[in-house]
Design a protein around this ligand. Structure first.
Ligand code: T5A
Length: 213
């Protein structure tokens, strides 16, 4: 008998929203509910994807064109889907991914100004209809996120953008959430960590109940 396919869950948000901290909590929640989990990230998740990540976030290619940035994001994603995400879902593992294509719409679309139609063309090509089942969007004001991120590490190539860039990224995320309210659940990430995690646990419990999982 074939295993019941896993679910594909993603976590999104601007810099410093708390994705890394909260992924741990989501992973634990799903394990406690008895689901096998693959925790992964974008850009990255495979050997090739991690090399592409280094090109994208390092400072060597500072003036990279926006189209190159977009295409590299999707090159890493194609590899990630083929090598890790699709095989895991097919064997019944739940995939928990730190960022996915919503980030492309937010950063390369909202931030860089690439038309959503172009992004959608690549999305159709690379994903062949595979989309996340649930996305948690950690939302908070840009200034607060940047402050938190600055405390954690030196800025990478994208983090060096100005605040206006991240305001556009945040708006694009929120617009996507308004367009797909069932899939994209917005969490107020400006609160203290225990309050954020309580929101996430409630949301996950609702999701699992709705899925009968
Ligand atoms: N990208 C990615 C694109 O442009 N297009 C794409 O298609 C994709 C997939 C990836 C970069 O690539 C871009 C987006 C990104 O610029 P990344 O490592 O995934 O980079 O993302 P970052 O946003 O850089 O990750 P960060 O580590 O900055 O943010 P997190 O993970 O959201 O934040 P986290 O958990 O590390 O927390 C930051 C700090 O805040 C504290 C934490 O302890 C930590 O010190 N914190 C809180 N403090 C108080 N209260 C809370 N509630 C807190 N939550 C966290």
């Amino acid at each position: 008998m074939r295993a019941k396919p896993g679910r594909f869950l993603t976590v999104e948000g601007i810099e410093g929203a708390g994705k890394s901290c909260n992924l741990e909590c989501i992973q634990q929640f799903l394990r406690d509910a008895g689901h096998p989990i693959l925790l992964t990230r974008e850009p990255g998740g495979t050997d090739l994807g991690e090399e592409i990540r280094a090109l994208l976030l390092g400072h060597k290619h500072h003036g990279m064109s926006v189209d190159s940035e977009l295409l590299l994001m999707f090159a890493a994603r194609a590899e990630h889907l083929a090598q890790k995400i699709k095989p895991a879902l097919e064997r019944g593992t739940w995939v928990l991914c730190d960022r996915f294509t919503d980030a492309t719409y937010a950063y390369q679309g909202g931030g860089r100004g690439i038309s959503p139609r172009r992004i959608a063309a690549l999305e159709d090509w690379v994903q062949c209809g595979l989309h996340p089942d649930l996305t948690i969007l950690l939302d908070l004001p840009v200034a607060q996120g940047r402050q938190r991120a600055a405390r954690r590490s030196a800025p990478d190539r994208i983090e060096r953008e100005r605040s206006e860039f991240f305001e556009r990224v945040r708006s694009a995320y929120l617009e996507r959430a308004r367009g797909e309210p069932k899939r994209i659940r917005v969490v107020d990430a400006s609160a203290a960590l225990p309050a954020v995690q309580a929101q996430i646990r409630r949301l996950m419990a609702d999701y699992l109940a709705g899925e009968g999982a």
